[in-house]
Ligand binder design. Structure first.
Ligand code: GLN
Ligand code: ZN
Length: 767
């Protein structure tokens, strides 16, 4: 008996980010399409070979993309919004790039399609647009060409398609009254044609991804699955229905009855569903166990996995397949590229390439017995054991501190009303106080200093002096602009998570651990491996230096525990909430040290709180509860007169407004300028009690907003929120912008605030 292994998708950006650089060269006009295609083909060849060499039986094809797999699907079914001027036939590469980026080397620029997060990951896909007159047709040969390409290289190929229901669900209807589900009938024949073409190519298995089966689905969508898959039955092909990122739960029965030859489930996020599936699935179906974590970087505990797999294998025989839990798109490519990681930490990790080897080891253990893989199992055992006991992971002092957290520590001394009285007396701010979100433009000079310091060509004293010059000039500019609450400008920070992670114990950093975020953009998430503690203050020197230069209050600037957690690879040996608690304690110490150093306004950014909301609504309350508690723990250690701000980079608060209020931050700044203040309504309906700074300056655009534009926004805000509780600020940090536009925009913003004060009769807020 032979166990089949397959992979759901491989990272496409390249171990050295080759695809990123090739794309950017092409977009800049420095190379032609042929050169880009050549790099892409080379990467595919290399990735297919790497998978085959590691013993993967069925090699995914169609997981590769020049930009995004959802965009590829839209192109394949001819779903191109009219503004891109596509007139039928094949959707060419530049049309796809224009959909993604608004422009390309050829073709007229047009407004780019929206981009949004792929489920609860940090990958962004291009949102398909559906219009009342959307027609579908087979409009790209790319998949078929790549299947032939892989076959010619001798691989057993498994094409990967985004399923029709997930495709429709992930898109947006752009015509009033158009229900995107109504398009299913027109879409299915195109999928039928795709499957026929694949069958002609001699393909046996096709992976069809329907990740929306792990969501709360409305009844009509569930019903649609049945009819759609009945129509997609194909005599010559077998479909492997792939689900990931969560449990099927109420969709399990549905998934089991669909006429497909196999089902893949994520046994990492939802281990319980393997057994359920085995008992509910008809005896002819293949069950693919997503057993190796495709979302995280830890080496698998192979003994534990074999304990799960061995009985399954006995029951299912060759009907059991092995795979990563989801596409490996979400992890870095190859651990062998990290010579700088110390051996102990490296021993705990597995990136995409190593995960495939783990699958092969598991397969060999199941097929040929444990003896043949004794060495591999022993090595995995050593890693598991080392993680279980390493003093670098387990710090008894941190544990003890966490155990001692009580309710008092998560509450400010007085309720908001009393704090507000004391803060007003201390800070004496005008009505409509103006401030910014933290960062100011990161100039070439700043970047060069940071780089030289890192590489050792700039010594610490000169680096500190350079940063202080930046801070001083930033303070001076803010004073000149007339802002009320100043910031130091964050010149010393490369990234809001990395900067803090590097100063905390329990974090490790990679050299090449890049993960695609969107298009050619990648992020390098820190690896949070152990108990977190703060050896020394992290920001106090910079903040106090800035405060020493001005009479106006300088706002301290920190990243919150939930955001640190959500933008890192986190440990899987304890619940996330426990890690959040540790982070919160470290940040709490920083908050108190800032206060002791005379910083009386402290902002704790929670940019990423919303994005890890669980996929199922039923799990929201628990997540929000511990996330809010972590925030309160880090922010509640200060005096009533010290003002806590938080910032969030979005404005959809309707469904989480209670949790936002429960954070009890004195001031919240949010992103609202593009939505015309409409999204403030959540705060109004809920009667949000504390102060709010709705962004009036869209920092994602190089345009300078006028005084009039911002005054209109403030007037709208003032109709919704009592003026005593309004702040005036941009949508987000300014680090990606240039000084000339920022200066002008902030001057206008200050003028708009002054106009509003005048309108209120120059009334100063009394206590
Ligand atoms: N303080 C950070 C900055 O201004 C906040 C960034 C963010 O919200 N993403 O850059
Ligand atoms: Zn922001």
């Amino acid at each position: 008996m032979m166990t089949t292994t397959h992979n759901l998708g491989f990272p496409r950006i390249g171990a050295q980010r080759e695809l990123k650089f090739a794309l950017e060269r092409y977009w800049r006009g420095e190379s032609d399409l042929a050169a880009l295609e050549e790099t892409a083909a080379e990467l595919r060849r290399h990735h297919w070979q790497a998978q085959a060499e590691r013993g993967i039986d069925l090699i995914p094809v169609g997981d590769f993309s020049l930009y995004d797999q959802v965009l590829d699907t839209a192109a394949m079914v001819g779903c191109v919004p009219p503004r891109f001027g596509w007139e039928g036939g094949v959707v060419d590469t530049d049309t796809m790039f224009r959909m993604a980026r608004g422009q390309a080397p050829s073709g007229k620029p047009a407004h780019a399609c929206e981009m949004t997060k792929w489920f609860d990951t940090n990958y962004h896909y291009i949102v398909p647009e559906f219009h009342a007159d959307t027609r579908f047709s087979l409009a790209a040969d790319t998949l078929f060409a790549q299947v032939r390409e892989a076959q010619a290289q001798g691989h057993r190929v498994k094409p990967v398609l985004l399923g029709p229901l997930s495709f429709l669900w992930l898109g947006k209807s752009k015509s009033v009254g158009l229900d995107r589900l109504d398009l299913l009938d027109a879409l299915i024949p195109v999928y039928g044609e795709i499957l026929n073409r694949l069958a002609v190519l001699g393909v046996e298995w096709v992976q069809i991804d329907e990740p929306i089966l792990v969501l709360d689905l409305p009844q009509p969508w569930r019903q649609a699955f049945e009819s759609a898959y009945n129509r997609l039955q194909q005599r010559r092909l077998k479909l492997m229905l792939a689900t990931y990122f969560g449990a099927l739960e109420d969709n399990l029965q549905l998934a089991c009855t669909l006429p497909v030859a196999g089902i893949h489930v994520d046994a990492v996020t939802a281990p319980g569903q393997l057994d359920l599936l085995v008992s509910h699935c008809p005896g002819y179906k293949v069950i693919s166990a997503g057993i190796v974590d495709g979302r995280n970087v830890w080496r698998s505990d192979l003994d534990a996995l074999l304990e799960v797999l061995t009985p399954l294998r006995e029951r299912l025989g060759e009907r059991l397949w092995l795979a990563p839990s989801c596409s490996l798109l979400h992890v870095p490519v190859d651990l062998d590229q990290e010579p700088e990681l110390d051996d102990e930490i490296r021993g705990w990790l597995a990136f995409a390439t190593q995960k495939l080897t783990e699958l092969d080891t598991l397969r060999r253990a199941l097929d040929d017995g444990l003896d043949g893989v004794a060495a591999e199992l022993a090595a995995a055992r050593v890693a598991t054991e080392s993680r279980r006991v390493s003093p670098r992971i387990h710090d008894p002092a941190v544990r003890q501190r966490c155990a001692g957290v009580d309710d008092d520590m998560t509450h400010r001394r007085s309720p908001y009303g009393e704090r507000r009285r004391q803060q007003r007396a201390l800070l004496k701010l005008p009505l409509f106080p103006t401030t910014t979100i933290g960062s100011f433009p990161q100039t070439d000079g700043i970047r060069a200093s940071r780089r030289d310091f890192r590489q050792g060509s700039l010594d610490e004293a000169r680096y500190v002096a350079a940063m202080k010059r930046e801070i001083a000039s930033c303070i001076e500019k803010q004073e000149r602009i007339g802002l009320d609450v100043l910031v130091h400008g964050e010149p010393e920070r490369n990234d809001m998570v990395e900067y803090f992670g590097e100063q905390l114990d329990g974090f490790a950093f990679t050299r090449h651990g890049w993960v695609q975020s969107y298009g050619s953009r990648c992020v390098k998430p820190p690896i949070l491996y152990g108990d977190i503690s703060r050896p020394r203050p992290m920001t106090v020197d910079w903040a106090s230096y800035a405060q020493s230069l001005t009479q106006r209050p300088v706002k301290g600037m920190l990243t919150g525990p939930v955001t640190m957690l959500n933008w890192s690879f986190v440990r899987d040996d304890q619940p996330r909430e426990q890690t959040a608690l540790q982070l919160a304690l470290a940040i709490r110490d920083e908050v108190r040290d800032l206060e002791a150093a005379g910083i009386r306004i402290i902002q704790i950014d929670e940019a990423a709180l919303r994005e890890k909301l669980p996929l199922r609504k039923a799990a929201w309350p628990r997540y929000l509860e511990w996330a809010v508690r972590a925030f309160r723990l880090c922010s509640s250690g200060v005096d009533d007169a010290t003002q806590i701000h938080t910032h969030m980079c979005y404005s959809e608060f309707n469904d989480i407004i209670e949790a936002i209020a429960a954070m009890d931050s004195d001031v919240i700044t949010i992103e609202t300028s593009r939505s015309d203040m409409e999204l403030l309504e959540a705060f109004v309906d809920f009667r949000y009690p504390n102060e709010i700074g709705p962004g009036v300056y869209d920092i994602h655009s190089p345009n300078v907003p006028t005084v009039a534009e911002m005054t209109v926004l403030l007037e709208k805000a003032a109709m919704l929120i009592p003026v005593e509780r309004l702040w005036v600020n941009p949508d987000c940090g300014l680090k990606t912008r240039g000084w000339p536009e920022v200066t002008q925009a902030l001057e206008n913003m200050v003028a708009a605030a002054r106009a509003m004060r005048q309108r209120e009769g120059g009334r100063r807020v009394a206590s």
